[in-house]
Every structure is written in C-alpha cells, then in structure tokens.
Design a protein around this ligand. Structure first.
Ligand code: FAD
Length: 423
C-alpha cells in the first residue's frame, strides 16, 4: 500500500464518514501515524442526499474529497480501497489493494440499507444511502416525468407519476416534502403537457405516526405540513411486495408505481473477521464499551453508526445519527493519544443536541431537550445547522447560493438526467 514505516504507532481508520473524519482531524499532526481508508474518495454529507435526489442540489456540493481533508496532516495517509477482512491475530487487514498492518484499528464503516431480507424489494426499489444512489433517484424521477408526458393510457401515466416513499423517518419525510415541491412548483412550469393533479406522492410508515424517533408534537406538525403540500400519508402500513410496478401493502391494497424509494431503515456494515461476540447480531453493530473498544479486542475500536454502546440512558445504543459519530470520533482521537502516552482513557458521554427535520419551504420541526417547535423559525434553524455542518467552505457557499436561488425562484435547478437510470 506504499505507507512508510515510522517510529510512530499506526492507527488505521476504516471509513471516512462523520466518525472517521473527526477522528482523523483530532489525530492530525500528532505523534501517531494515521491511515484513512474508504471505498469512496470523498466524504458524503448524507443528511442532504435527499436534495440531490430531488434536484435541489448538485452532488459535488454535499461531497468532499477525503485527501483534501487530510492534506495538511503530515503524518496521515489516505488510500481508496474496500476493506475485505480483518485478521486480528496478525493485526492485519486485507483490502483489494493489499494487506496493511495496524497497531490500532478503528472501524467507522457506518451502515447500509436494510431491506429486512426482502430480495424482491431490494431488486426493484431505490435506496438512498450514497451519492450515486441519490443521482439514480434524480434520474428516475425526471425520466418518469418524461415518460408520463408521452404515455398512451391514463393508467400508464399514473404509474409514472405515482411516487411511493417507504419509511417516514426524517429521510422519508424530507424527501416526500421535496418531491411535493417538484409537483407544486416545477411540474406546472416545465411540463405544461402534464396535469399536476395526476401526480401522487405516497409516504408509507409502519409505525402509527410519522417521524417515530421524534416527539409526538413534531410528528403531528410534520404530518400537517406534509398533507398541506399534498403528500398522502399512510401510517401503520408496510410494503409486502414490489415487482417494479405493483406495490402491495399489509392491508392487501395494491397501487401502481414505477418509483418506490426505500427509506425504511439501515443495518450496520461490519467487516468480516472478528469473533461472533464482537457483533450484536440483531443490529449488525459492534459491541463496544464506554471507550468504544470492541468487546474481546484490546486494539480494535468502533465508532459512529457501526458501534453499539449500551448505557443506562441508551440501553439499545445511541441513535444512528451524525452527532454520536462526530462526538465519538473526537473522543477516540483524544483517547488514542492517551493510550500512546499510557494515560487513563475518558469514557464517552453523549451530548444530545436534539433532532430536526424539514418538510419543505418554510416548514420544519425541531425537538430540543426542553423546547419543541415547528414552522418558519424551525426551518431557519434547520438550514443554519445543516449549512454550518457541511464539510468545506466552498460547499457551504455553493449550497447557500443554491438554496437562495431556489427559494427566490421557487425552483429546483439541478433537473438534469446526466446518467440515465436503467431499471
Ligand atoms: C439519507 C440519510 C439522511 C440522513 N439524515 C440525517 C440527518 O438529517 N441528521 C443526522 O444527524 N443524521 C442523518 N443521517 C444519519 C447520518 O448520516 C449517520 O448517522 C452518519 O453518517 C454516521 O456516520 P458514520 O461515520 O458512522 O458512518 P458513515 O457516514 O455512513 O460513513 C461510513 C464510511 O465508511 C465507508 N465504508 C464502509 N464500509 C467500508 C469498507 N468495507 N471499506 C472501506 N470503506 C468502507 C463508507 O464508504 C463511508 O464513507 C442520515 C443518513 C442517511 C442515509
């Protein structure tokens, strides 16, 4: 892999997501060698993927080169590779570009889409976990508008204009709101040959309310915002089958749709090679102690979505969102330095800063510890927090420009089928 041998101990980080980059930044220019590995050469800001899917943002404004993040870190290296296996006895990892030795290994591999074992849904639905997948959704939506414009029958046109989103967590809710804005503001102008009332957006949720991880207050407000935008919300509803056109739900009803977006959940993305006890099988997440050390291993750690730390406050582990990943990445950086200096480690305590979701123009909900609110102010806070959390000054400027342009013009400017999606 062409990584120099030095006197410093080597920390290998698998994954350049929120957890991995915050760890790498904390270890920058310290007396430790850092090797950051990822299967992509960029960091993805996943909270804004839905805006790429719905033509609101170009993908390069939510992705950031990993080499650029570490370019000033003198003791750090990046390699583009997929890690295939860990050999803990030899302190080695096997990748598609060779074998690498580590002193400390940090697993920050995040999650992958969970289809709950349903192969038919996996083969026919659209996941939204990466930039290429978000671009696929963007292309499919726009291709379907084009096909609807020339469809021979009403049934065919309806199938192209029926959009089904499964899962009304923050991702599903935000995407449903954004697609509704396409219907309300873009379709009437760009597609004068289509009737916007023929387009339907169905949001399906297995739980009894939308945004199940948030407060009841947020759920009620979000559902009202969605309905005001014309989204049809179906709670207590599961998809049983989807053959690419027909969606069957648990109630037995069948609707026709050429686009089913799967936002119903994630499961961990572990790397093979560790003992069974290291993994909590149900969640597919590594079993870690309060220092993020993987059970049964002294020199292997896991942080972010892939780590499950059982605490009194979070008996099922921390929520799989950005903040625990960022905070664990930073603390583990400090702890690894402490380890090399033979100092005691600090336990992880999660500082929950609250949660939020936007439903569209001027509409968002925010849950803070002692205060819950929705509407324009919440939307403003949502925008500010997301803008400031983006990696890279350029990305912040580009996103701010696009948001301002889209807001003033009621537009979503990235309506381009650059890479057609083939079902
Ligand atoms: C659509 C969507 C919307 C979201 N919205 C929000 C939100 O609004 N707010 C919020 O707080 N959270 C949100 N989240 C969750 C948040 O993005 C995650 O909690 C966060 O990204 C977790 O960070 P992580 O570093 O653990 O993993 P990730 O950010 O997923 O990073 C994992 C990295 O590991 C790499 N990797 C995985 N396996 C391998 C391998 N074998 N070899 C090499 N590289 C590998 C991946 O390429 C990836 O870069 C959202 C997630 C999604 C998918």
């Amino acid at each position: 892999m062409n990584i120099p041998q030095t006197n410093f101990q080597r920390v290998v980080i698998i994954g350049g997501g929120f957890a991995g980059i915050n760890l790498a930044k904390t270890l920058a220019n310290k007396t430790i060698q850092v090797v950051l590995l990822d299967q992509h050469n960029y960091h993805t800001f996943q909270p804004l993927l839905y805006q790429v899917s719905s033509s609101g943002l170009e993908p390069d404004s939510i992705a950031y080169p990993l080499r650029k993040i570490i370019k000033k870190h003198k003791t750090s290296f990046f390699r583009l590779t997929e890690v295939q296996e860990i050999i803990p006895d030899k302190k080695e990892i096997i990748t598609d570009i060779g074998i690498l030795k580590y002193d400390y290994l940090v697993l920050a591999t995040g999650t992958k889409t969970n289809f709950f074992g349903n192969e038919e849904i996996k083969n026919n639905s659209m996941p939204m976990k990466s930039v290429p997948q978000a671009l696929n959704i963007r292309s499919l939506i726009l291709q379907n508008f084009e096909k609807a414009a020339v469809a021979d029958s009403i049934e065919e046109r309806e199938a192209y204009l029926n959009f089904v989103i499964v899962g009304a967590g923050p991702t599903g809710v935000e995407l449903a709101g954004a697609i509704a804005e396409l219907k309300n503001y873009v379709l009437p102008r760009d597609y004068r040959d289509l009737n916007p009332s023929d387009m339907n957006i169905h949001l399906l949720e297995g739980a009894s309310r939308v945004l199940p991880p948030m407060s009841e207050h947020a759920s009620l407000k979000a559902e009202k915002f969605l309905k005001d935008l014309g989204v049809q919300v179906h709670c207590n509803t599961f998809v049983k089958t989807y053959d690419g056109t027909n969606v069957t739900t648990n109630s037995g009803s069948v609707m026709q749709s050429e686009t089913l977006i799967w936002a119903a959940g994630v499961t961990g993305a572990p790397v093979k090679g560790l003992k069974a006890e290291a993994l909590i099988e149900k969640a597919n997440r590594y079993n870690v102690d309060q220092y993020n050390q993987v059970k049964g291993y002294d020199s292997i750690f896991a942080i972010g979505d892939i780590a499950l730390m059982e605490t009194e406050a979070f008996p099922k582990g921390h929520p799989q969102v950005a903040q625990p990943a960022i905070q664990q990445g930073k603390l583990l950086g400090e702890n690894l330095l402490r380890l090399t200096q033979k100092k005691p480690l600090k336990p992880f305590v999660y500082n929950d800063k609250g949660s939020m979701a936007t439903i569209g123009r001027n509409k968002a909900v925010v849950d803070l510890k002692h205060y819950k609110f929705g509407g324009f102010f919440a939307w403003f806070i949502w925008m500010f927090v997301h803008l400031m959390s983006l990696v890279g000054f350029r990305n912040r400027v580009v996103v701010l420009f696009n948001w301002t342009y889209n807001y003033v013009n009621f537009d979503k400017a990235a309506r381009l089928i650059i890479r057609p999606f083939k079902k």
